[in-house]
Design a protein around this ligand. Structure first.
Ligand code: ADP
Ligand code: MG
Length: 400
C-alpha cells in the first residue's frame, strides 16, 4: 500500500466549509487504499484568530526570546491538526495527531528558521499500521534537547516534502487556494494559466524569486530525491500542476519559451559610483554580507556598481555605507520581476523582447540581469503590475 502525503495551507483550513473540502480530499485518497499522512498549516491568514501572525500579535516581541516565540508560533499548526482530526473522527476514521517533533523532525537550535537535521519516521510508520490517518503539525520540529523549533515561513511545505521523502511516498500533494502553479500570480495577472507540468529547476527559480505558492526549500528537497509533487486546489477538482524532473531534450520549437513571470517586491536599489569611490567597491560586498544583508541583481562595471537589497535592510546598509565613507545613491520602492524558463537558453532576442514590451508601456527599466534560465528586470513598484501584464502578453502566456 503506497503512502501519500497531503499538505493543506492556511487558506485551505481557514473556515468550516473549506475544512469540509479538506476532509473530502483526505477521505478520497484514503478510500482508494492509500496510507495517508496529512501536514497542516495554521488556520487562515493575518487577522484570523489562530493564524501565526495573530499568535505573534498577542505578545510584545521586544520582550520575548526566540525559543519562547517558537513555542508560541508552533501552536497554530497544532490547533489546526486537532480540528481536522476531530472532523475525521466524526466521520468514522481513526486518526493520530503528531507535533513536528513527534513526527520525528529533528532540527538545529536556530529558532525561527531552524534547519532540519534528520527525519525519523518510526513513530509515523508504527501509527500508520493501525489504519490511522496521521495528521502532522507543519512548520515545526524539535531539537535533540527537546526544544520546539519552527522552520521559517512556508515551512509546512518543507515538512510535507521531507516526510514524503523519508517515507518514500508515492507523491506529495500541496493543496492551496489556486488551481496549481500558474504562469504568473493570478492576483496580479488575471489571465494567468495553470501550468500542467513543470520541472524542479523552473519551479525552484520561481519560488526563489517570489512565487510563494511553494517554498523553494521544499522544491530543492523534492528534486534531490526525485519525489513527485502535485500542486492542487482544495476548492476544485482540477488536476493541478505536476512537478517532475526535466524530461528529454529541450524542444526549441515550443512556442512557450517562458514558463512564468514572478516578482519580488520591497526591493531597494543601491548605486555606487566606482570613480567617486576610487575603486573601494570590492569591500562593500564583504561589509554588507558580514552584516547578513543579502544582495542580488549585482551589476558591476568599470564606472558604476549596482545591486539590490530587501527594504528591511536599508537602514542598516545606509549606516554601513556612510560609516565606511562611501558615496552612494539609493532608489527605494522597487520590484524585481523575473522571467523564468529553461527553454530560453540560447534563444536569441528574448532580452530585447522583454525590454521592448516594458518600454512600450513607458516604464523605466532600472536594471537588468540574466542567467541561463531567468531574466530579471528591476522597475519601480508602481509600474510592476503593468510591466508584468505586458510581459505575460508578449510571451503568449495567457494562451493555454
Ligand atoms: P498556502 O496558504 O496554501 O500555503 P500561499 O499563500 O503560500 O498558500 O500560496 C498560494 C498563493 O501563491 C496564491 O494565492 C497566489 O496568489 C500566490 N502565487 C504567486 N505566484 C504564483 C504562481 N505563479 N502560481 C500560483 N500561485 C501563485
Ligand atoms: Mg504557503
Amino acid at each position: 500500500m503506497s503512502i501519500i502525503v497531503q499538505k493543506f495551507g492556511g487558506t485551505s483550513v481557514a473556515n468550516e466549509s473549506s475544512r469540509e473540502k479538506v476532509i473530502e480530499k483526505i477521505i478520497e485518497k484514503k478510500n482508494k487504499g492509500h496510507k495517508i499522512v496529512v501536514v497542516v498549516s495554521a488556520i487562515g491568514r493575518k487577522g484570523d484568530p489562530y493564524a501565526t501572525d495573530s499568535l505573534i500579535s498577542l505578545i510584545n516581541t521586544q520582550y520575548i526570546n526566540k525559543r519562547d516565540l517558537d513555542l508560541l508560533m508552533s501552536c497554530g499548526e497544532i490547533i489546526s491538526s486537532v480540528v481536522l482530526s476531530n472532523m475525521l473522527t466524526q466521520k468514522g476514521y481513526s486518526t493520530q495527531v503528531l507535533t513536528g517533533g513527534q513526527a520525528g523532525i529533528i532540527t538545529d537550535e536556530n529558532y525561527g528558521s531552524s534547519k532540519v537535521l534528520s527525519v525519523n519516521t518510526d513513530n509515523i510508520k508504527n501509527k500508520l499500521e493501525n489504519n490511522n490517518i496521521i495528521i502532522v503539525a507543519g512548520f515545526q520540529g524539535i531539537t535533540s534537547q527537546g526544544d520546539i523549533t519552527t522552520l521559517g515561513r512556508g515551512g509546512s511545505d518543507t515538512t510535507a516534502v521531507l516526510l514524503g521523502e523519508a517515507l518514500k511516498s508515492e507523491f506529495v500533494e500541496i493543496y492551496t487556494d489556486v488551481d496549481g502553479i500558474m504562469t504568473a500570480d493570478p492576483r496580479v495577472v488575471p489571465d494567468a494559466q495553470v501550468i500542467d507540468t513543470i520541472n524542479y529547476s523552473d519551479l525552484y527559480n520561481m519560488a526563489e524569486d517570489g512565487a510563494k505558492v511553494i517554498h523553494p526549500k521544499a522544491v530543492e528537497i523534492a528534486e534531490r530525491s526525485n519525489l513527485k509533487v502535485k500542486i492542487r486546489n482544495t476548492l476544485s477538482s482540477s488536476d493541478g500542476t505536476t512537478v517532475l524532473r526535466r524530461q528529454g531534450i529541450i524542444d526549441y520549437n515550443d512556442k512557450k519559451i517562458i514558463s512564468s513571470i514572478t516578482y519580488k517586491d520591497r526591493r531597494t536599489q543601491i548605486i555606487i559610483d566606482n570613480i567617486k569611490n576610487k575603486g573601494k567597491i570590492q569591500s562593500v560586498m564583504n561589509l554588507l554580507t558580514e552584516s547578513n544583508i543579502s544582495i542580488d541583481l549585482i551589476n558591476f562595471s568599470l564606472e558604476t556598481n549596482m545591486f539590490t537589497i530587501d527594504d528591511e535592510n536599508v537602514m542598516l546598509a545606509e549606516k554601513i555605507l556612510s560609516e565606511n565613507g562611501y558615496i552612494y545613491s539609493i532608489n527605494r520602492d522597487c520590484c524585481k520581476i523575473s522571467v523564468v524558463g529553461h527553454k530560453m537558453k540560447g534563444i536569441p532576442g528574448v532580452m530585447s523582447r522583454i525590454i521592448n514590451s516594458i518600454f512600450r508601456e513607458n516604464i523605466k527599466i532600472l536594471q537588468t540581469s540574466d542567467s541561463h534560465s531567468s531574466i530579471w528586470v528591476l522597475v519601480k513598484t508602481k509600474d510592476a503590475i503593468k510591466a508584468m501584464r505586458s510581459l505575460h502578453k508578449e510571451f503568449n502566456l495567457g494562451e493555454k
